[in-house]
Design a protein around this ligand. Structure first.
Ligand SMILES: Cc1cc2nc3c(=O)[nH]c(=O)nc-3n(C[C@H](O)[C@H](O)[C@H](O)COP(=O)(O)O)c2cc1C
Length: 264
């Protein structure tokens, strides 16, 4: 009786071990097997967000779907130089993880961190729409602190690298109805056509506390504020100004500007 009790416990443990072993083989091989599909899904998700912004650009969606020679491509860029970092894969590169990696990220001192992000990756993934070797649209990932969260979005600039072609926020934790209105389609549309730099190259884009005075020459750089969300709006202004500055995409924008100028 005692022996069969021991035997049944051993058998139970053996069966449990076998079940665990079989399950872990199934889980790990499924994970390996599905990796390419997950990777493709991640890329599709990212491209959908980009395409949403591209569709806001007048005529561009038609160009992309109807014309050969117009391409949308992701590139990893070195923010310090603005050059492409071709050794990094834009699909798998994760700037959020890189921001806190000792080799890939940098800590930002308070006096160089107007967007309140603390750390940032030395590299970023940008999207370029090219036609006849000219870059006609760039889509830049931007992020920064708002009232209650870090806001993540994309800013698209036209081929002059100055005119806003679109702005979108895809992740934030601002209050619905207040700061959460940064997702309001009408408000986001009001950004289209605004200029980010003045003639001297100074970053001027901003959200004003109330309503833009359209008779002012500054109105080309200004967008209406959102009611009850001054701190969110100040955060959006600060993050855009940071990412457009020389500490952000400034060197990259300069490189694209030069390469466009060199094209006939
Ligand atoms: C529950 C709660 C949620 C809030 N959410 C936000 C927000 O998302 N964004 C923001 O800028 N301010 C937010 N605030 C702050 C106030 O809306 C804001 O400081 C104050 O009302 C000033 O209004 P104004 O933005 O029109 O100047 C919140 C305040 C409370 C109590």
């Amino acid at each position: 009786m005692a022996k069969s009790h021991v035997e049944s416990r051993t058998r139970t443990l053996l069966v449990a071990f076998l079940v665990c072993a079989v399950c872990s083989v199934i889980v790990s091989s499924t994970s390996v097997f599905l990796e390419p599909r997950q990777r493709a899904n991640r890329e599709r998700d990212r491209e959908e967000k980009i395409l949403r912004i591209v569709h806001g650009h007048e005529g561009l969606a038609d160009l992309l779907s109807g014309l050969s020679g117009v391409t949308l491509a992701a590139h990893v860029v070195d923010l310090a130089t603005g050059d492409s970092a071709d050794h990094l894969d834009p699909v798998s590169f994760d700037p959020r993880r890189a921001a806190i990696d000792p080799l890939l990220g940098i800590a930002l001192p308070d006096n160089r961190d107007p967007a309140g992000i603390g750390h940032r990756s030395r590299f970023s993934v940008v999207y370029q729409v090219e036609s006849e070797r000219r870059i006609i649209l760039v889509v830049l990932p931007v992020h920064g602190s708002g009232y209650a969260s870090t806001m993540y979005g994309y800013l698209a600039l036209g081929g002059d690298l100055n005119t806003v072609a679109g702005l979108t926020f895809f992740e934030h934790g601002e209050t619905p109805g207040l700061g959460g209105e940064i997702e309001d389609p009408d408000w986001l549309e009001s950004w289209i056509g605004k200029r980010v730099f003045d003639e001297a190259g100074k970053v001027r884009i901003e959200i004003v506390p109330d309503v833009v005075d359209l008779s002012s020459s500054d109105s080309i750089y200004q967008v209406d504020g959102l009611t009850g969300a001054t701190r969110t709006c100040d955060g959006v202004t600060a993050l855009l100004r940071y990412w457009l500055s020389d500490d952000g995409f400034g060197p990259y924008l300069e490189r694209v500007r030069k390469s466009n100028e060199e094209m006939p």
